[in-house]
Design a protein. Structure first.
Length: 311
């Protein structure tokens, strides 16, 4: 039920925009429509509170939210995601319809009301307008989001070359603290982000090893969690890695938008053989004892039998 409406909408956009689909920010936002208030406003029936622009750095995950209207929040509601630049239907519900493995959908959970389209490792080509459509009544709900991807650029200041990201230097950066622990073959990384009471805290962090993003959605080895402190002044991000080996050694760090990078070097070594050697002698000693006992009993039996035979 999503596809026909989206196709018609994209056809209209093609005629209006002269055959191009790369909408500007203002064109993208004008597509918004909510079924709860006749076509204007947001999920609360008034001025929309949805974040219309999602700004990320190249290579960092992008989270595009699509909140369900409160008056029609029910299990039957599904969200369909479309990328308007090429009219690609990316996902319906939790099912993806693209061969690009970077896209993933998170459905609303117990205490949450948002469908979330997750784009891993976005690049400049991913920048543009994304449209979420929900099957509300009497008309469907449209939530447009404009994804902006910033690129690290080299800037020369006298004889010094520094790396800067647009807008980062003008914003207050939050401190992070990384702690690590190893239990058997489980590696636990805890990244604490400190903010101000009542201030805005990040929704996610970027985990890296040796400067490269960790694909926490792949191989089934990873699990993550997020916990906000009682006073709302700090948030704890945890990353659990299972079945670690010496190959997983490296410089681990947590980073993100407006965050100060925190890193630790982790050296994973195989279990020492000494512990195994220390336990192994108990087995041979026991076996040797049993063999000696059986041997002694056998000789006693032979001697007794020989004595009886002589009598």
């Amino acid at each position: 039920m999503f596809r026909p409406f989206l196709s018609l909408l994209l056809l209209i956009l093609t005629q209006i925009c002269g055959g191009r689909h790369s909408l500007s920010y203002s064109e993208c936002i004008r597509l918004e429509r909510w079924a709860t208030d006749g076509g204007a406003g947001g999920p609360n029936g008034g001025q929309s509170s949805v974040a219309k622009v999602v700004s990320v750095r190249e290579g960092y995950p992008a989270y595009l939210h699509c909140p369900q209207p409160k008056r029609q929040r029910r299990k039957e509601l599904k969200a369909a995601w479309t990328r308007l630049s090429d009219e690609a239907l990316l996902a319906v519900g939790t099912s993806t319809f693209t061969l690009d493995p970077r896209f993933q959908v998170s459905k609303p959970r117990k205490n949450e009301s948002d469908w979330v389209l997750i784009l891993k490792r976005p690049g400049p080509r991913d920048q543009g307008c994304y449209l979420c459509e929900m099957n509300t009544e009497p008309t469907s709900t449209l939530v447009p989001t404009y994804l902006k991807v910033s690129i690290d650029t080299e800037v020369e200041e006298g004889h010094t070359r520094t790396t800067a990201v647009e807008g980062i230097g003008k914003m207050h950066r939050l401190n992070t603290y990384l702690q690590t622990s190893i239990e058997g073959d489980l590696l636990l990384l805890n990244c604490t982000v400190e903010g101000e009471t009542g201030g805005e805290l990040p929704l996610e962090v970027q985990w890296t090893r040796d400067g490269r993003p960790i694909d926490i959605f792949g191989r089934g080895r990873y699990s993550t969690s997020r916990h906000v402190s009682n006073n709302g002044a700090a948030v704890l991000f945890s990353l659990r890695m299972r079945a670690v080996s010496p190959e997983d050694s490296g410089l681990y760090a947590c980073d993100g938008h407006r965050l100060v990078r925190s890193a630790q070097t982790i050296n994973l070594v195989p279990p020492p053989h000494s512990s195994a050697v220390g336990r192994s002698p108990t087995v041979p000693n026991f076996v040797t004892f049993c063999r000696l006992s059986l041997c002694t009993l056998s000789w006693l039996f032979v001697a007794t039998f020989f004595q009886i035979f002589r009598e």
